[in-house]
Ligand binder design. Sequence first.
Ligand SMILES: *Cc1c(COP(=O)(O)O)cnc(C)c1O
Length: 520
Amino acid sequence: MNAPNKSGWKPEMNASEDGMHQGPATVTGNRALMLEEPLLFEIGHANETGVDLPEPQFGANRFGGFERNAAIGLPGLSEPETMRHYTRLSRQNYAIDLGLFPLGSCTMKHNPRLNEKVARMPGFADVHPLAPISTVQGALQVIHELGEWLKALTGMPAVAMSPKAGAHGELCGILAIRAALEARGDAREVVLCPESAHGTNPATAAFAGYRVEDIPATAEGRVDVAALKARLGPDVAAVMITNPNTCGLFERDFKVIADAVHAAGGFVYCDGANFNAIVGKVRPGDLGVDAMHINLHKTFSTPHGGGGPGSGPVVFSEALAPFAPLPVVVEDRGQYRMIEEEDAGENHSSTFGRMTAFHGQMGMFTRALTYILSHGADGLKQVAEDAVLNANYILRSLDDLLDAPFGASGPCMHEALFGDRGFAEGLSTLDLAKAMIDEGYHPMTMYFPLVVHGAMLIEPTETESKAGLDQFIAALRGLAERAKAGDESMKQAPFYAPRRRLDETLAARKPVLAWAEDEE
Ligand SMILES: *Cc1c(COP(=O)(O)O)cnc(C)c1O
């Protein structure tokens, strides 16, 4: 392993060697406020520790032969060394609090601090899932009220609050569909997903035991209704359609599709991860949706990325409501309780079971409800309008320079989609994305959806100002011009990041997951 060591730490690039930086290389490898940072294992020593404890006085050892017989092999550091290590690393991260995070389909919007304040109130933050119901009435009220909002906003009669992410919600919806089909003795085997589907859709259907078949897209980036209708039949359990879809377009024929699916005895699953584009404007229940997950961590602003947390409540139609999972929170004259068991005599005898051990992501419920209440119904409608306006501003400010494959399909919704057509030979979407890092932006979603060559999917969200968007557009225009002119230096980008181009293939094929002391 060619890792730098403590004594001979070398930054990956001397500040001046590429001619892009002013000034000499520094002894430390630091560049002013950009501090280099070795691995924890390179700073610490196994024989050091940040605390001094007296030698333990053990009596008889009761480990029964399982006691540790070798050093644990972790580095020891003092508290300030440890703090600085993680703080320095965190400064090398891009974050929504630093700038625009244009990841399409991810809805990386600013998270109002009010949400955080409420989520940290001890009455919410410190509740235990096994606490007696009488002591957590406020927490149950939050879950219940949020569920009522989600039902009202979607126009659907039932909700399951426990799923813990969008993909988990998809599974919840598909399991309810399977339970409904089994209840009528109808063993259907196929789930249809459009070509542009988010990868979680076919994965969910396959995980639930269905065979997945593609539905083609039209040239304008929407589901091919004729092809879909032709495929419907007694073996089709459900269609899973994202609306607005991952080309950033509203599926105008959704109601026609839903009616056809229902007539053929199937169910309609809507991937509602992009609900932020239509919240307050469209009620999916009116379009014939049977089940839809809502990503609280996207539409309702709770922080995500870096692996979590998430929350994916699912709303259900009348037809699927009896099969929804437990628990559910119910209100009786101001008192809240949980229905945990299906034999509670409250019409939950057909439930397909549970998605999680407890009740869902409390911290996300408090954040989402805070966000909803601070916007109000009219404010949520404006969220959707502003998110769509911002995305169209980006689309129309770039479509003369960047190929917009569905630019002629009408206005986009919450995200703008571009392709790499017109780039000079040898330059790719990846090169442009890496050059964005030098401009101080997190790259957009790349190479997704698959229906567009070299796809670049940009979602600004409603939280960006016009000035912020103008700067982003100016940066992207500069990069697009370089990519079209064949500026080979883009292949070396990023120049200014703490790390440059990593060998992503090697990292994927031969990941080094454990620290090993240098052998030499
Ligand atoms: C984000 C997203 C998902 C998955 O949500 P997770 O919370 O990451 O599991 C599914 N579909 C679409 C369209 C999405 O944008």
